[in-house]
Design a protein around this ligand. Structure first.
Ligand code: NDP
Length: 325
């Protein structure tokens, strides 16, 4: 019997429960996948708590995984049973040992990338791809700020930025985390537990401040991030780890120097198949070339997903976290 992790009510990690299920045969346009590794993401926390609402309860969870194709529905081309695959978008339901999902979200996983590595990079790595390559096309020699630099998205960003010649200033919540960001390619690091971020940015840029800030912490760092931007700078607010940014008076962008702000999400950037394939190809190239090494900071059994959520929310994790079915 197959199983999945689901929740019947919104709440803390304790609402996650393992239930038996029967995924069934794939319908038209779908694949049935035997999952080998599942990626843990902060987005899963937002879904579980209701910040990102689910249509019905009970609900399954999870959007990132690496798997083998077990069965192919009608009308699907390009996939056959036995193919190694991975995905980062699509309907919730990655938290299971077997699942059915639309083939449109699935890509082939290269031989040189393991299932665990695939589950560790698909969503987080595609996020770094679009943030550094599309939202703002970061240039060699440019300096940017990146919050949560020792996290799952963060350690991939440090390395990809280094590969592009971008000077990434990483913000992290402890000396140990700051050290990790540094060894993964951050040009400079700020330990936010004991250093003033704006002050350090002024020092590091000799008063010029920055063209771009990448902020996934949200509420707690909104104003700090704006204060790190040079006139006409771009604030990329792409997450809510400390809570969502809300109630913003747009006038603050004028006061702080005619700033720009965007609140991007991966789904928009890989909405078309050619976009998903472009991003995946660039991501896999970075990993296969060795420019980006996949840092799996911790592994949990999928059945222990609640423990993994608690660790992520309490800032106890570094790098990517993989759930093993
Ligand atoms: P991380 O591994 O980065 O974990 C979150 C980190 O945020 C923590 O480790 C912690 O690092 C930092 N943090 C700061 N304040 C808090 C707080 N109050 N509570 C918890 N954590 C806090 O997670 P992910 O790699 O999964 O995701 C990183 C971010 O990127 C998330 O905000 C996520 O929503 C966002 N994201 C956005 C996407 C998009 O397309 N918009 C796609 C994918 C991810 P420290 O202790 O160093 O401060």
């Amino acid at each position: 019997m197959a199983y999945r992790i689901q929740f019947e009510r919104l709440g803390g990690p304790e609402v996650l429960a393992r239930v038996d299920c029967e995924p069934g045969a794939p319908g038209a346009g779908e694949l049935r996948l035997r999952q080998h590794a599942v990626g843990l993401n902060f987005i899963d926390v937002y879904v579980r708590t209701g910040l990102y609402p689910v249509p019905v309860l009970p609900s399954s969870l999870g959007t990132e995984g690496a798997a083998v194709v077990e069965a192919v529905g009608s009308g699907v081309s390009g996939f056959k049973p036995g193919d190694r695959v991975a995905y980062a978008t699509g309907p919730l339901g990655a938290y299971g040992d077997v699942r059915v999902m639309p083939a449109a979200h699935v890509v082939h996983l290269p031989e040189g990338i393991s299932f665990e590595q695939g589950a560790a990079i698909m969503l987080k790595g595609l996020t770094v791809w679009y943030l550094l390559r599309k939202t703002h096309r970061a240039q060699a020699g440019e300096t940017v700020l990146w919050h949560a630099a020792a996290g799952g998205v963060g350690l991939l960003a440090c390395q990809w930025a280094r590969a592009l010649g971008v000077r990434l200033i990483g913000v992290a919540g402890s000396a140990a985390k700051a050290g990790l960001a540094r060894t993964h390619g951050a040009w400079a690091v700020i330990d936010s537990s004991r250093e003033n971020v704006v002050q350090r940015v002024l020092e590091l840029t000799e008063g010029r401040k920055l063209p771009v800030v990448y902020d996934s912490v949200g509420k707690a760092t909104w104003e700090t991030s704006l204060d790190c931007l040079a006139p006409f700078g771009l604030m990329v607010s792409f997450g809510n780890a400390s809570g969502p940014v809300s109630g913003v008076n747009l006038g603050i962008l004028a006061q702080k120097g005619s700033l720009y702000v965007t609140r991007p999400t991966l789904g928009t950037y890989v909405a078309r198949r050619d976009q998903l394939e472009e991003g995946s190809r660039e991501l896999f190239e970075q990993v296969l070339s060795g420019a980006v090494k996949v840092e799996i900071g911790q592994r949990f059994a999928l059945a222990d997903a609640g423990k993994a959520h608690a660790a992520l929310e309490s800032r106890a994790t570094t790098g990517s976290t993989v759930l093993v079915p």
